[in-house]
Design a binder for this molecule. Structure first.
Ligand code: THU
Length: 151
Protein backbone atom coordinates (compact mmCIF):
# COMPACT_ATOMS: atom_id res chain seq x y z
CA UNK A 1 0.00 0.00 0.00
CA UNK A 2 2.72 2.46 1.03
CA UNK A 3 4.70 1.28 -1.99
CA UNK A 4 1.80 2.18 -4.31
CA UNK A 5 1.41 5.60 -2.68
CA UNK A 6 5.11 6.34 -3.09
CA UNK A 7 5.02 5.12 -6.69
CA UNK A 8 2.07 7.42 -7.45
CA UNK A 9 4.09 10.39 -6.17
CA UNK A 10 6.54 9.81 -8.99
CA UNK A 11 3.88 9.23 -11.62
CA UNK A 12 2.85 12.17 -13.75
CA UNK A 13 -0.82 11.23 -13.73
CA UNK A 14 -3.48 13.28 -15.52
CA UNK A 15 -6.91 14.60 -14.56
CA UNK A 16 -10.00 12.43 -14.97
CA UNK A 17 -11.45 14.64 -17.70
CA UNK A 18 -8.22 14.61 -19.68
CA UNK A 19 -8.07 10.85 -19.26
CA UNK A 20 -11.65 10.56 -20.57
CA UNK A 21 -10.75 12.65 -23.63
CA UNK A 22 -7.72 10.47 -24.37
CA UNK A 23 -9.73 7.31 -23.75
CA UNK A 24 -12.36 8.38 -26.31
CA UNK A 25 -9.64 9.27 -28.82
CA UNK A 26 -7.91 5.90 -28.35
CA UNK A 27 -11.19 4.02 -28.60
CA UNK A 28 -12.08 5.93 -31.76
CA UNK A 29 -8.69 5.10 -33.28
CA UNK A 30 -9.16 1.40 -32.54
CA UNK A 31 -12.31 1.61 -34.63
CA UNK A 32 -10.10 2.51 -37.60
CA UNK A 33 -7.56 -0.28 -37.03
CA UNK A 34 -6.74 -2.48 -39.97
CA UNK A 35 -6.58 -5.85 -38.21
CA UNK A 36 -8.15 -8.47 -40.52
CA UNK A 37 -5.68 -11.17 -39.40
CA UNK A 38 -5.65 -10.88 -35.62
CA UNK A 39 -9.08 -9.26 -35.33
CA UNK A 40 -7.57 -7.40 -32.39
CA UNK A 41 -8.03 -3.69 -33.08
CA UNK A 42 -5.85 -1.49 -30.88
CA UNK A 43 -6.05 2.29 -30.50
CA UNK A 44 -3.65 4.74 -28.89
CA UNK A 45 -3.89 8.42 -28.00
CA UNK A 46 -0.71 10.32 -27.27
CA UNK A 47 -0.86 13.67 -25.47
CA UNK A 48 1.82 16.19 -26.41
CA UNK A 49 2.92 19.00 -24.06
CA UNK A 50 1.34 21.39 -26.58
CA UNK A 51 -2.05 19.85 -25.76
CA UNK A 52 -2.31 18.22 -29.17
CA UNK A 53 -3.48 14.61 -29.23
CA UNK A 54 -2.02 12.18 -31.73
CA UNK A 55 -3.82 8.95 -32.41
CA UNK A 56 -2.66 5.64 -33.81
CA UNK A 57 -4.09 2.23 -34.61
CA UNK A 58 -2.54 -1.07 -35.60
CA UNK A 59 -2.08 -1.68 -39.30
CA UNK A 60 -1.56 -5.31 -40.26
CA UNK A 61 -0.29 -6.84 -43.44
CA UNK A 62 -0.57 -10.18 -45.24
CA UNK A 63 3.17 -10.37 -44.62
CA UNK A 64 2.52 -10.54 -40.87
CA UNK A 65 5.89 -9.23 -39.71
CA UNK A 66 5.18 -5.88 -41.34
CA UNK A 67 2.38 -5.14 -38.91
CA UNK A 68 2.70 -1.83 -37.09
CA UNK A 69 1.28 -1.36 -33.59
CA UNK A 70 -1.06 1.43 -32.51
CA UNK A 71 1.41 2.94 -30.04
CA UNK A 72 4.16 3.35 -32.62
CA UNK A 73 1.65 4.68 -35.16
CA UNK A 74 0.75 7.45 -32.68
CA UNK A 75 4.42 8.33 -32.12
CA UNK A 76 5.14 8.36 -35.86
CA UNK A 77 2.16 10.60 -36.52
CA UNK A 78 3.34 13.06 -33.85
CA UNK A 79 6.87 13.11 -35.25
CA UNK A 80 5.50 13.78 -38.73
CA UNK A 81 3.76 16.80 -37.19
CA UNK A 82 7.01 18.17 -35.73
CA UNK A 83 7.18 16.59 -32.26
CA UNK A 84 10.31 15.00 -30.85
CA UNK A 85 11.76 13.38 -27.73
CA UNK A 86 10.51 15.02 -24.52
CA UNK A 87 7.45 16.59 -26.15
CA UNK A 88 4.91 14.18 -24.67
CA UNK A 89 2.99 13.81 -21.43
CA UNK A 90 1.15 10.54 -21.55
CA UNK A 91 -0.24 7.74 -23.68
CA UNK A 92 -3.57 5.93 -23.42
CA UNK A 93 -3.97 2.54 -25.10
CA UNK A 94 -7.34 0.97 -25.83
CA UNK A 95 -7.82 -2.73 -26.51
CA UNK A 96 -10.96 -4.80 -27.02
CA UNK A 97 -12.00 -7.50 -24.53
CA UNK A 98 -11.69 -7.66 -20.77
CA UNK A 99 -7.94 -7.60 -20.22
CA UNK A 100 -5.84 -4.42 -20.23
CA UNK A 101 -2.73 -5.04 -22.30
CA UNK A 102 0.63 -3.37 -21.77
CA UNK A 103 2.50 -2.25 -24.91
CA UNK A 104 4.65 -4.85 -26.67
CA UNK A 105 8.43 -4.85 -26.30
CA UNK A 106 9.08 -3.12 -29.61
CA UNK A 107 6.68 -0.31 -28.70
CA UNK A 108 8.28 0.07 -25.26
CA UNK A 109 11.65 0.69 -26.86
CA UNK A 110 10.21 3.26 -29.28
CA UNK A 111 8.10 4.95 -26.58
CA UNK A 112 11.11 5.17 -24.25
CA UNK A 113 12.92 7.38 -26.73
CA UNK A 114 10.09 9.93 -26.74
CA UNK A 115 8.44 9.80 -23.30
CA UNK A 116 10.24 10.63 -20.07
CA UNK A 117 10.89 7.96 -17.42
CA UNK A 118 8.06 9.36 -15.21
CA UNK A 119 5.51 9.61 -18.03
CA UNK A 120 2.51 7.41 -17.43
CA UNK A 121 1.17 4.92 -19.95
CA UNK A 122 -2.43 3.85 -19.34
CA UNK A 123 -4.05 0.77 -20.82
CA UNK A 124 -7.80 0.50 -20.92
CA UNK A 125 -9.77 -2.48 -22.12
CA UNK A 126 -13.32 -2.53 -23.34
CA UNK A 127 -14.71 -4.27 -20.22
CA UNK A 128 -11.77 -4.49 -17.86
CA UNK A 129 -10.09 -2.15 -15.44
CA UNK A 130 -7.48 0.43 -16.31
CA UNK A 131 -3.82 -0.34 -15.64
CA UNK A 132 -1.00 2.18 -15.62
CA UNK A 133 2.78 2.17 -15.55
CA UNK A 134 5.53 4.73 -15.73
CA UNK A 135 7.79 4.49 -18.75
CA UNK A 136 10.59 3.46 -16.38
CA UNK A 137 8.52 0.53 -15.15
CA UNK A 138 7.69 -0.57 -18.68
CA UNK A 139 11.29 -0.49 -19.83
CA UNK A 140 13.83 0.10 -17.07
CA UNK A 141 16.97 -0.27 -19.15
CA UNK A 142 16.21 0.82 -22.69
CA UNK A 143 18.73 0.68 -25.48
CA UNK A 144 20.41 4.04 -26.11
CA UNK A 145 23.27 4.78 -28.45
CA UNK A 146 26.46 6.16 -26.95
CA UNK A 147 26.68 9.95 -27.37
CA UNK A 148 29.44 9.66 -29.96
CA UNK A 149 27.23 7.54 -32.22
CA UNK A 150 24.57 10.24 -32.45
CA UNK A 151 24.45 12.74 -35.25
N1 THU B 1 -0.64 -4.66 -31.15
C1 THU B 1 -0.60 -3.33 -30.94
O1 THU B 1 -1.16 -2.54 -31.72
N2 THU B 1 0.08 -2.86 -29.86
C2 THU B 1 0.78 -3.65 -28.98
O2 THU B 1 1.45 -3.13 -28.09
C3 THU B 1 0.71 -5.11 -29.11
C4 THU B 1 -0.02 -5.64 -30.27
C5 THU B 1 -1.34 -5.18 -32.33
C6 THU B 1 -0.44 -5.82 -33.34
C7 THU B 1 -1.36 -6.78 -34.04
O3 THU B 1 -2.02 -6.11 -35.10
C8 THU B 1 -2.40 -7.15 -32.98
O4 THU B 1 -2.27 -6.18 -31.95
C9 THU B 1 -2.21 -8.54 -32.40
O5 THU B 1 -0.92 -8.74 -31.97
Amino acid sequence: MIGIMVMNLFMKTISESLFDTLFEAAKGASGNAYAPYSRFPVGAALLADSGDIYIGCNVENASFGLTNCAERAAIFSAVADGCGPGDFQTLVIYTPGDVSHPPCGACRQVLSEFLSAESVVYSVSEFGKTRKWTMAELLPDSFILPEKERV
